[in-house]
Design a protein around this ligand. Structure first.
Ligand code: SAH
Length: 491
């Protein structure tokens, strides 16, 4: 067996990145764009000792779960790894991924997980759900101005007029921006030498309000022919905020630090409704958020309502509880919790997000949410060991965490265990680090009560999970506390 050999494979499994896995002469081969049930011809591109990588050359017999992808560019773009898989099977794949990680990485028994695992919550319409899109600009081989996406793992732009995950208005906005640039010979930023001007177009859309935000990211201090651009953008219904963000850095980071609003308000408003946790029907209760170009905001508005309503249900609040919301961002979950708790404390490392969280609390008349800037793994131990907090803060009823993909820091988990809340609600965007952290919490005496996955990112391999843990019989379990705090309690 050699590189470039053509082999025939039957795909029997799918890896964590959505790649198909088939066996040939006892070796596992990973094949991008191949799906479970496909019979394929593939070219070996890399050989390791026990496994290899192959490129899909020909579909001999397509899997019965294949569907015609809505986006003709989905293979080149790489953003929607599993668009060719039926939506029903996408959900099954994600459910299995969560279950498998909890068992294999977390070391939980099948029985434990199956007793807690609820069916994944999918979307009725799994396209056009994203409320935010960032399009880079470039030139095609004939020198025409194009907007689109970077091809997977490269910086060459695939012209995309209309991404199926984004809202339809994106296309109108991009057409206006392209016309304006062509009319006035405004150059695209060139990342190789730093010349040119326009780098990206950022578009946000408020699903509950139909408000639209357009932010042009440029490498200069301003844009020429501003009024003409504004006039044309304002013809699009719902236009609410137009701004220019300045990014002169030679970096992959999209947004620079400085943003000037050139028309309308510097933010759009959106609402997150509380939904009935049983059937997810919308209730009257809602929280209003101002979202600026830099704000972190969940990209799938509809699924976020289901996710947060479930997190709130799991917190089981009656109005008497003290709750910590770690990794709180702009306070989205915190403000949801605050409506049902006595007091909520949010912790977030980005100062601007905490500023937004405080403003959002004020705007919604919420007085029982307080926010702290800092790392969860530093702020929480400080309150636990130090003299700032009161007893309720040191021993809250509930702790909610919603960390980034890398999961919680060990010091954060140890302090959570020391604080001994009745319940822990873990919201995760990476089932692998979730499984690792749940093991630490389980070793510390917490029991997994419920696990529910949410499809926040349909057509991609990503999955969001909410877990409820409750304080078990702590005495009988070993506690792993890997760092010392003077004031650490001994159980
Ligand atoms: N709960 C929010 C945000 C979740 S995203 C929401 O649902 O909207 C994760 C957040 O954790 C980001 O806002 C990120 O800035 C923040 N973060 C990352 N590392 C952190 C750390 N060590 N301590 C506290 N916050 C952190």
């Amino acid at each position: 067996m050699d590189k470039n050999d053509i082999i025939e494979l039957t795909i029997t499994d799918m890896g964590v990145d959505g790649e198909g896995i088939g066996r040939y002469e006892g070796m596992a081969f990973f094949v991008k764009d191949a799906l479970i049930g496909d019979r394929i011809r593939a070219r070996i591109v890399k050989l390791k000792k026990n496994y290899g990588y192959a490129r899909l050359e020909e579909l001999i017999e397509p899997s019965p779960d294949r569907v015609e992808p809505r986006c003709p560019l989905h293979r080149r773009c790489g953003g929607c790894q599993i668009q060719a898989l039926s939506y029903e099977k996408q959900l099954l794949y994600k459910q299995e991924k969560v279950r498998g990680h909890l068992i294999r990485i977390g070391g939980f028994s099948e029985a434990e997980i199956d007793a807690a695992l609820l069916p994944i919550v999918g979307m009725d319409e799994p396209f056009r759900y994203r409320n935010k899109a960032q399009f880079p600009l470039g030139y095609d081989s004939s020198g025409n101005l194009v907007t689109g996406f970077f091809a997977a793992r490269t910086h060459s732009i695939i012209p995309v007029e209309d991404c199926m995950l984004g809202v339809e208005v994106n296309r109108q906005v991009l057409a206006v921006v392209r016309r304006w640039m062509e009319k006035y010979y405004i150059p695209v930023y060139n990342e190789k030498d730093g010349s040119g001007l326009v780098r990206h177009v950022l578009i946000r859309y408020g699903f509950a309000t139909d408000e639209i935000m357009v932010c042009l990211i440029v490498s200069g201090s301003d844009i020429p022919q501003k009024q003409d651009l504004i006039r044309q953008l304002c013809e699009i219904r719902g236009m609410t905020s137009i701004s220019v963000n300045i990014n002169r850095e030679r970096t992959n980071v999209i947004l620079g630090k400085e943003t000037h609003c050139i028309w309308g308000t510097p933010y759009i408003t959106d609402y997150i409704h509380l939904r009935d946790p049983q059937d997810f029907t919308v209730t009257q209760q809602a929280i209003a958020y101002h979202i600026s170009p830099q704000s972190f905001y969940q990209v799938n508005s509809l699924q976020t309502e289901k996710l947060y309503s479930t997190a709130l249900e799991y917190a089981q609040l009656t109005g008497k509880e003290c709750v910590w919301d770690l990794y709180c961002g702009i306070g989205t979950i915190s403000l949801f919790l605050a409506q049902k708790a006595k007091q909520v404390y949010g912790v977030e490392v980005v100062p601007q997000a905490i500023e937004d969280a405080r403003q959002n609390a004020l705007r919604n008349g919420i007085a029982n949410a307080e926010f702290f800037v800092g790392k969860a793994e530093e702020v929480l131990p400080e309150f636990y060991a130090g003299s700032f907090g009161d007893e309720a803060m040191r021993h809250p009823d509930v702790i909610v965490v919603d960390p980034p993909r890398k999961g919680c820091d060990e010091a954060c988990l140890s302090t959570m265990l020391a604080m001994r809340p009745e319940r822990i609600v873990y919201v995760s965007c990476d089932p692998a680090t979730l499984a690792r952290d749940l093991r630490v919490l389980a070793d510390g005496g917490y029991r997994i009560e419920k696990v529910r996955a949410f499809d926040q990112f349909a057509q991609t391999v990503h999955v969001e999970v909410v877990v409820l843990l409750s304080k078990g019989d702590i005495q009988s379990k070993k506690i792993r506390v890997d760092f010392s705090l003077e004031d650490m309690e001994v159980f």
